[in-house]
Design a protein around this ligand. Structure first.
Ligand code: ADP
Ligand code: MG
Length: 622
């Protein structure tokens, strides 16, 4: 029979230490949090050899009275909560009373502390868990904790420590997370006596970001703010020109605590969709403030993850706030500085300047409605929407609506016989000719505008134009559809048929009419005219695939959006398609009409510009 025994406290503490103290950076995190909780205004971190030799954190906080010193390093001893109820409104960073006990168990630990009403300080040493004598010492008000030789008594753990450089990297990251979350506190970080960061207290959060992440990034940030009941979201997001190959630059601070959250990370990705290439991640600095009882912070050993009571609502708030912001922000600014510093041959274009201002404004309004999720839900509302637009368009920008409604030539001179290009799809010949343009390699169009030489990716731009066109048509319920004389049966798997029929309403907004036909077969009775070359069966398959993939999309609008992206990609001219002169100039002209003409819906740039200055510089004219 197995012999069950109670473990001695030192073993219990070592087990606990294993959870909380993973590497030197964990010391920095726990000690910094204690100093913040102690109300410090100034916190200094000194590190020796990536923290393997020394981590010292000094603060000018409230200090600990002499009699309480042994309790500070006892496990499950804390001044921050009293009973289980307190767990549900934690207002401090710490609350488990485990950190100092764990640290002291696996290191040579010294703590010096003095409170304001004491004339002297006291020093306590703990060596691998064994408490030494407490002796008076001279020290300023506040607390200094010194941790030496981490894991000296747990050799296996010690082996897991990496190079000084790696450990220092983790320490810097940890330091930045805390410093970012508390801009009113003065933080410094030293490594081997050299100053790494010196972050004085600031009123404006952007200044703290600039100190930690550099002025160039900070200067380009876009401020965002919103409130949903007691939940406040405030911070900055970076222009899409700044992005990363991973999500580490997505800072989420919940009530002063750095957190990671998959769902909110997803919302960020969604908000930037179409603005970043696949595999790129936006840079964001966001603070979420909410009453502590709305979130459970006691779900993760290092409190890196939390559980929100209303996670879905927060998701929507985050996504909505960013989307609205992007729609009212001109993201098409030229990236001169980036081009200049990186010696790129071309800068990414922004056609913003060329955009007809009135037109842009009208378009933006529509987009804003779109972003707010105001899709015409019923025919009645749709009519109302159309009327509003009509009214708006006659009240000043009369022509624009017509211009936009003119169908873009479905330009593929494809061999599909069922695909005829209706003659009215081509721009009328009396249309003022746009700038001349040259197609090269059957995939790029080279033209000029007032800023310089523009090289357009024909597929990417056409896709963008179609996408915006389609989106507008869906909003106005003006999709041009092709009715089938004889509805076409399409056989699917059970899951596919179910998904398709479940989203029948949504699909009919896109002009795709489906009916159940028994078993796993559906009948297609109409589909978008612009997708004639795809054939109804193929189209339905593609759409269903998207439905199943995008099934995680949080709402109807997102799903619709994904379908629009797919359809426009399928319908657009491809790289390799030879275009006629009329098609080329129509494409170039429409370029200025789209809201985000410099990115295709997948986020690839649609055009590159060699500015006049750039050319002059390269030809050494200046
Ligand atoms: P917790 O932070 O979860 O309470 P810790 O083990 O980190 O647990 O700290 C134990 C206690 O020691 C804290 O509750 C606090 O009262 C005290 N303490 C720790 N660090 C400091 C500090 N820098 N200044 C003042 N008090 C501190
Ligand atoms: Mg603590």
């Amino acid at each position: 029979m197995a012999d069950i025994k109670q473990l001695p406290p030192s073993v219990i503490n070592k087990i606990a230490a294993g959870e909380v103290i993973e590497r030197p950076a964990s010391l920095v995190k726990e000690l910094l949090e204690n100093s913040v909780d102690a109300g410090a205004h100034r916190i200094e971190v000194a590190v020796g050899r990536g923290g393997t030799e020394l981590v010292r954190v000094s603060d000018d906080g409230c200090g600990i009275v002499e009699e309480q010193l042994p309790l500070a390093v006892a496990s499950h001893a804390t001044s921050k909560i009293r009973d289980a109820d307190d767990l549900f409104h934690v207002g401090t960073l710490g609350f488990r009373g485990e950190a100092l006990a764990s640290i002291a168990e696996v290191s040579r630990f010294t703590l010096r502390s003095r409170t304001t009403d004491s004339s002297a300080g006291f020093e306590m040493e703990v060596n691998g868990g064994s408490l030494g004598e407490i002796v008076p010492c001279g020290c300023p008000v506040g607390t200094t904790v010194e941790v030496r030789d981490l894991f000296f008594n747990t050799p296996v753990r010690r082996k897991f420590m990496r190079t000084t450089q790696t450990e220092m990297g983790h320490i810097s990251e940890t330091f930045m997370r805390v410093a970012l979350a508390h801009p009113g506190v003065h933080f410094t970080l030293r490594h081997n006596e050299k100053i790494v960061y010196d972050a004085p207290p600031v009123e404006n959060w952007r200044q703290r970001i600039a100190i930690l992440f550099g002025g160039e990034l900070a200067a380009g940030l876009i401020g965002v703010e919103s409130a949903d009941g007691p939940v406040r979201l405030i911070g900055y997001v970076a222009d899409p020109q700044f992005s990363r190959g991973n999500n580490r630059m997505q800072y989420l601070l919940l009530n002063g605590r750095y957190i990671r959250d998959r769902s909110l990370g997803h919302a960020l990705g969604e908000a930037y969709r179409g603005l970043l290439l696949t595999g790129r991640y936006p840079i964001t600095f966001l603070r979420i403030e909410m009453p502590p009882e709305m979130v459970d912070v006691n779900v993760h050993p290092t409190k890196l993850e939390v559980r929100f009571q209303e996670g879905g609502r927060l998701y929507s708030q985050l996504l909505g706030t960013l989307r609205k912001k992007f729609l009212t922000t001109d993201l098409t600014a030229k990236v001169q500085s980036v081009a200049a510093t990186s010696d790129a041959t071309a800068s990414v274009d922004g056609a913003g300047a060329a955009m007809d201002a009135q037109y842009a404004q009208q378009h933006r309004r529509q987009l804003a409605d779109w972003a707010k999720g105001q899709l015409p839900a019923s025919a009645e509302q749709a009519d109302q929407g159309a009327l509003d637009l009509q009214y708006e368009s006659t009240g000043g920008a009369g022509l624009e609506i017509t211009r936009l409604d003119r169908p873009w030539p479905a330009a593929r001179q494809s061999s599909h016989t069922q695909f005829a290009v209706p003659s009215n799809d081509l721009p009328p010949s009396n249309e003022p000719q746009g700038p001349s343009a040259l197609q090269i390699h059957n995939r790029y169009i080279v033209t000029e505008d007032e800023s310089g030489v523009v090289i357009i990716d024909q597929h990417a731009l056409h896709e963008r134009i179609l996408y915006e066109d389609l989106r507008e048509k869906v909003m106005l319920e003006k999709m041009e559809t092709q009715r089938l004389l004889v509805p076409e049966p399409v056989s699917l798997t059970a899951a596919e048929a179910a998904a398709a029929l479940e989203q029948r309403d949504l699909l009919s907004q896109l002009g795709i009419e489906l009916e159940p036909f028994g078993g796993d077969t559906v009948l297609v009775s109409s589909y978008p005219a612009m997708l004639a070359n795809l054939g109804p069966a193929e189209l339905v398959r593609q759409v269903v695939e998207q439905l199943l993939e995008g099934g995680k999309a949080p709402d109807r609008r997102d799903l619709l959006d994904e379908l629009l992206h797919m359809i426009s990609c399928k319908a657009a001219v491809k790289a390799g398609d030879r275009l006629s002169q009329a098609e080329i100039s129509a494409l170039v002209q429409r370029r200025h009409l789209c809201q985000d003409s410099h990115h295709c819906p997948h986020g690839r740039p649609t055009a590159l510009v060699f500015t006049r200055e750039e050319l002059d510089r390269r030809f050494k004219r200046t």
